[in-house]
Write a protein that binds this ligand. Sequence first.
Ligand code: AMP
Ligand code: ZN
Length: 403
Amino acid sequence: MRVRLRNPDRVETLAGPLTVAEVLERLDLSPHTVLVISGGQLVTAGHTLEDADEVEIRPVISGGAGAAPRCVWVDPGGDARGCRAPAVIEEPRHRSAWCPEHFVEHVQQQIRKTIDHPPARPPHERMFSYGDRLLVAVSGGKDSLALWDVLLDLGYQADGLYIGLGIGGYSKRSQVVCEEFAAARGAQLHVVSLAETYGYTTPTGAQASGRSTCGVCGLSKRYAFNKVAVDHGYDVVVTGHNLDDEAATLLGNVIRWQDPFLARQRPVLPATGANQVRKVKPLYRLSEREMAAYCVVRGIDYVVEECPLVDGNTGHELKATLDALEATSPGLKAQFLFGFLDKHATKWDEEAGDDPPAGLGACETCGMPTTGEVCAFCRQRDRILAALPLLSADRPQADLPVT
Ligand code: AMP
Ligand code: ZN
C-alpha cells in the first residue's frame, strides 16, 4: 500500500494487509498525534488496510485516543449514549467515540454551548446572536474553515475574510482553498492582500523591521481583521483559535506571568470604543484533532501544510509539552484552560473589563483605536516602509520560501 505522510511530504510503500495500528508502529508514529485516512474516510486502529489501499496519515498536534470502535458518548449527565455504529474518531478526554454523523453533532454542540454560554461574561449574554453580522477570519487551515462551515450550518450571517500574507506558495494555496470553500457554500469572502493594501508582506516586513515574522504577521492580521470589520459594518470578528492554541498561549503567559495578556485571554473580547468590534473564539472547547477530523468527515479541503515561517515559534514547544502531559492524563489541557477561564477570568475582569482603557483615542494616521498618538500597526508599517527601499537597493529581497 502507498502511505502518504505530511510535514514533510513523503510516500512510504508497505506490504498489506496490516491494521492501522501496525502501520503506525512500522512508521514509528504515535496514534495520538495523527489521523489515518483511507479512501476518503477516517479509519481507527483496528481497521485492516490492504495492499491496494491509498492511505494518508495527517499529523494533528493533540492528545489522543485509544481504540474505541463503536459510537458511544457520555452525555453531560454522565449517561452513555450512542448509536453503536462503527466509530471514526475517539477522544479519551470525553470518554467517547463517534460515528461520522454523531461526531458532527458533537462538534456543533460544543460550538453552540460556547456561543450560548461564553465564560467570563454576564449570565445570559451570548457571544453573538442571529441578528449579528459575523466576519470569520479564515486562514485556509482546518480550524477556521470548519468553524465557518458550522456557523453557516447553524444559520448565522457569516462572511469570510482571508488575509494574503505573501508567504510564497503557501499563501497562494491557502487563498485558493478559502475561495473554493466560499464558492461551494455560496458565501461571501473578503480577500485583503498585505502587499497590495499596505505595501509589504510578512517576510519583507519582518526583514525590514528586524522583528520576528510571527510578530509582524500577528500585528498585521489583528489590525486587518478589525479594520475590514469596521469598514464593512460587521458586528463581530470570529477566529478559529482552538483548545490546543489557547492552552499553549495560556501556558506561555503563565510561565512569563504576563498579566496584561492573561487579562485579555478570553473567548469574548468586547469592543471598548469607537472603530472596534467584538472578538470571539468559539472553538476554544475543541481540540486540533477534533477540528481536523471534522474537516475530513465533512469533506472540507484545507491546507494541511504548516506555515513555512513558523520555525522557532515557541508556541510549538508549548503545545508539545502539553501534548506530553495530555498523553498520560487525558483532559488535562481542557482542565488547565477551562479552569483558568472559570475561576480566574472574573478576577481579571476589573483590569480587562468593558470600559475603554484610559486614554483610548484615535490613531493620527489611520483613525483606528490606540492608547498612543499613532497605533502600533501604523508605527510598524512606517518602520517597514522606511526600510524597504534601502533593503531592496542593498541586497535581494527577503528570500521567499519556495514551496
Ligand atoms: P494562527 O494565528 O495562525 O494560529 O491562526 C489563528 C486564527 O487566526 C485562525 O484560526 C484564523 O481564524 C485566523 N487567521 C490566521 N491566518 C489568517 C489569514 N491569513 N487570514 C485570515 N485569518 C487568519
Ligand atoms: Zn494607525
